[in-house]
Structure formats: structure tokens, C-alpha cells
Write a protein that binds this ligand. Structure first.
Ligand SMILES: Cc1ncc(COP(=O)(O)O)c(C=O)c1O
Length: 439
């Protein structure tokens, strides 16, 4: 593998004496022997390094920064514990993600609750756990939350999710900050200004700041700069009962990109940090605002590179002059991203890492959909049945978006570090799948 390809894999990636792919000091072929395929592996070192990197790059430029992990990228108790230990907060978007956090007593004040249609039950759950902030998305929620907080006789801190009308040039399904989006109060329509006014009048809600999230993954820095400046200007012009809006918190969300293929590597975290903190500082002085706490919400960029997916090859279909399909024992059930977003991936043969014989193949999944293709037309060594395929950058939104389509059990997940592997989610069994049905 070349230097760029290594950057797609966990930091602790090696090719060992047996020519096998090794992650976190563990031979992936040995792990496959023990746990089978498909198999997901997370490298603990990469995860903790990403946390440290974010803290270092943001806090050295803007000390009043809080790093909040967007748990939708991958929710898991062992991972949450590591993140808590690293001092990160948690962004949750459902009662389920919150329940996971509650089950390990994740510090409540470090939890941010997001979502465009939080249910009455979920809001109550968040109020009872006394989460730090509820990020209010719309007028319905503003009223409902106030009513629920009043019933519980508490005052809840909130921030408002704004929709700044900036296109971050990513897939339309993952673009969230434009006018035509289901998320947030739009600056353009006047809803955002109205939301400040309404929130400030709510008896049991304390408005502490704003949030926006442009989309994901964002490979450009410019959308962050333009959006931050636009939102700060908007805030500075708000006249609420002749008072300036006092902004304690400012969150430009997450969306920081990771490398999936060697030709598309993202800017380093330091560049995102420089753009965001500089625009925030400059904007505050330009518009006469006090510098708020900065809250960033990386998901993919914290966990994505740490994870790899391992599959075993099976059937091979050659269509002369058209394509060669190599099928693996997983697919869209554990990684829906190629089918949903046309996402690109790299792949290697984990049991013959230095094999240089070239072939152009398409890696197909085992699910009954023609769209179940993991990697299209990739240059790889000649592949045989029972080879082990590893796909890097599989840590975010794979397992998190997985399904039991075709009644396939979800794969086990391991955490590796310094040559040791620990099961952090057991693989599902047929018994697991059958247990929900009632005859
Ligand atoms: C509000 C919010 N914050 C943060 C994120 C995390 O995005 P990413 O995983 O790309 O960093 C998302 C992703 O959808 C989001 O909706």
C-alpha cells in the first residue's frame, strides 16, 4: 500500500510477516478465524488519537471549545466510555441513543439532544435525565418542550438549530443547512428571528445559543466560513426588546470529512479548526459580539477511520467485456452507504497484502438487490473464493445504519489495541432475529 492508502486505514495498521493485514497489533486473518465474517474491527488508538487531535487543534486556537461526539455515527457502550474518558460530550438524536448514554451514567450536562421531530416521550426522557442542552429545531417543539418543562417544574437550557442557507456541496441526502431542508429555523424565511423572540418568551426554557449543521461529509472549508459569518451577522442584527441577543454558545455542527479513497483526502483537522475559530473570532469582533463557547460535533471524523470491515469472498461471476463480480458475505445490510449515497470505498485482500497481480473487479454484497454493490470497478489482485476482503474507513454510519434485510444477522464488532481484541458487540444469531415475531 502507498502512503495515501495507509491514511484510509486505522493509524495502527501494518502488514505482518505472513503478509496479512494487521490492525492494532492483531492479525485480521486470525480474528476472522475466531469470529468469522462479516466482522467489524475498531482500533482504539485511532479513536483516542482523533479525540486528542480535535481537542488540541481547536482548544489551542480557541480554548473555550467543547467537543461533542455525534453518536449517530456509531453508538456503542464501550466507545461511549472511551469518549467520556477523553472528555468528549455526546450528541444524541433519539431516546434510544440517550438510553444508551443513560445506561452508563454518561455525564448528563455534556449531552446535547438533537432531532427535527423529537417525540413527547423523548423530550420528557431528556428533561428527566436533565441533559445539558436540547437543540430545538422548530416551533412545535419549542411550545411542546416548554409545556413539558413546566409540568416537571424545571427550566431547561436550549439552543436553536438554524438553517443558514449555505450549500456545503455534498450529497443532497446529507445536505442539511440549505433552504429546502427539514431541519432548523431558516434565516431566509424569517423563522430564525421569530424563533429567538418566541424562545426568549418561554417561561421554562433558557435560550443559551445557536447551532447549525451544514451537511456531511464536507471536504471544503469555505462553507463553514461563509455560514459562520452569515449567522454571526444575523445574530448581531437581532433586536429583541431593544436588547442584543447574548450568545453563550455557538455550534457550527460537524460534517468534517474523512478519506474513503486515496484520490479524495480531506483537509487536516487543523485546517477545519483554523477556519472555524478564525471566522468566529473575526466575526465576533466585526459584529460587536462577545466570544461564545464554541461547540463542535464531529461524528464521522472521530470514529470513521478507526473502523474496518472484513468479508469473505464467495461466488465470482465474469461477464466478458462487461464486468467481473466478486461477491462477499456482507453488503448493504452492514454498509448501506454505497447504495444510499453512491459512496466510494477502497478495498484490499487482507490475506495477501503484497500480491501485485492486477484485475478490475466489482465487489458485490449478498443481499437481494442489484444495487448491493460495495465497491465498483476497483483495481485489485486476482481474487479467489475464501479470500478476505478488508474495506477501510468503515467506522461511521455502517453499523449505525445497518439492518436485518433478508433476515441476515448483524456482524460482531471488536475493539483492538496493542495486540488484544475485545468483543464490544456480539454478532446477532438467527434466534435473535426470530424472537420479535409472534405467531
Ligand atoms: C446535528 C448534527 N451534528 C453533527 C453531525 C455529525 O456529522 P459527521 O458525522 O459528518 O461529523 C450530524 C450528522 O448528521 C448532525 O446532524
Amino acid at each position: 500500500m502507498n502512503k495515501e492508502q495507509f491514511q484510509l486505514f486505522p493509524i495502527k495498521t501494518d502488514i505482518n510477516k505472513l503478509d496479512h493485514l494487521s490492525i492494532g497489533g492483531c492479525d485480521t486473518n486470525e480474528l476472522v478465524k475466531e469470529f468469522g465474517t462479516p466482522l467489524y474491527i475498531y482500533d482504539e488508538f485511532t479513536l483516542t488519537e482523533m479525540c486528542k487531535n480535535f481537542s488540541k487543534e481547536f482548544k489551542s486556537r480557541y480554548p473555550n471549545t467543547e467537543i461533542v461526539y455525534a453518536s449517530k455515527a456509531f453508538s456503542n457502550l464501550s466507545i461511549f466510555k472511551i469518549l467520556e474518558h477523553q472528555g468528549l460530550g455526546l450528541d444524541v438524536v433519539s431516546g434510544g441513543e440517550l438510553a444508551l448514554a443513560e445506561s452508563i451514567n454518561f455525564p448528563n450536562k455534556k449531552i446535547y439532544f438533537h432531532g427535527n421531530n423529537k417525540t413527547r416521550k423523548e423530550l420528557k426522557q431528556a428533561l428527566i435525565y436533565q441533559v445539558g442542552k436540547i437543540v430545538v429545531d422548530n416551533f412545535y417543539e419549542l411550545n411542546l418542550l416548554n409545556e413539558l418543562a413546566k409540568d416537571l417544574k424545571i427550566t431547561q437550557d436550549i439552543t436553536l438549530r438554524l438553517s443558514p442557507g449555505i450549500d456545503p456541496h455534498t450529497h443532497t441526502y446529507t445536505t442539511t443547512g440549505t433552504l429546502d431542508s427539514k431541519f432548523g429555523f431558516s434565516l431566509e424565511t424569517g423563522d430564525a428571528a421569530k424563533a429567538f423572540d418566541t424562545a426568549n418568551r418561554m417561561s421554562n426554557l433558557q435560550l443559551t445559543g445557536i447551532h447549525f449543521h451544514l451537511g456531511s461529509p464536507i471536504f471544503e472549508l469555505e462553507p463553514y466560513a461563509v455560514a459562520i459569518d452569515k449567522v454571526l451577522e444575523f445574530i448581531s442584527k437581532l433586536e429583541l426588546d431593544n436588547q442584543k441577543q447574548n450568545l453563550l454558545e455557538f455550534s457550527p455542527g460537524g460534517g468534517f470529512a474523512i478519506g474513503y479513497i486515496e484520490k479524495e483526502l480531506p483537509p487536516p483537522i487543523s485546517s477545519y479548526a483554523e477556519t472555524i475559530t478564525k471566522t468566529l473570532k473575526d466575526g465576533c469582533s466585526k459584529y460587536g459580539l462577545a466570544q461564545p463557547k464554541l461547540v463542535i460535533e464531529p461524528g464521522r471524523s472521530i470514529i470513521g477511520r478507526a473502523g474496518i470491515a472484513l468479508y469473505k469472498t464467495g461466488s465470482i461471476k465474469v461477464i466478458p467485456n462487461v464486468r467481473k463480480y466478486i461477491s462477499v458475505d456482507g453488503g448493504m445490510g452492514d454498509n448501506i452507504r454505497p447504495a444510499l449515497y453512491d459512496s466510494k470505498y477502497h478495498a484490499v485482500v487482507a490475506n495477501r497484502m503484497s500480491d501485485t497481480r492486477k484485475d478490475i473487479i466489482t465487489i458485490a454484497g449478498k443481499f437481494c438487490e442489484s444495487g448491493d454493490i460495495l465497491v465498483k470497478d476497483i483495481n485489485m489482485p486476482i481474487i479467489n473464493p475464501e479470500d478476505i476482503i478488508a474495506i477501510p474507513a468503515s467506522g461511521a454510519y455502517n453499523s449505525a445504519m445497518s439492518s436485518n434485510y433478508n433476515m441476515n444477522p448483524r456482524p460482531p464488532i471488536l475493539l483492538v489495541n496493542e495486540g488484544k481484541a475485545k468483543l464490544i458487540r456480539r454478532g446477532e444469531t438467527y434466534k435473535d432475529l426470530i424472537q420479535y415475531d409472534i405467531v
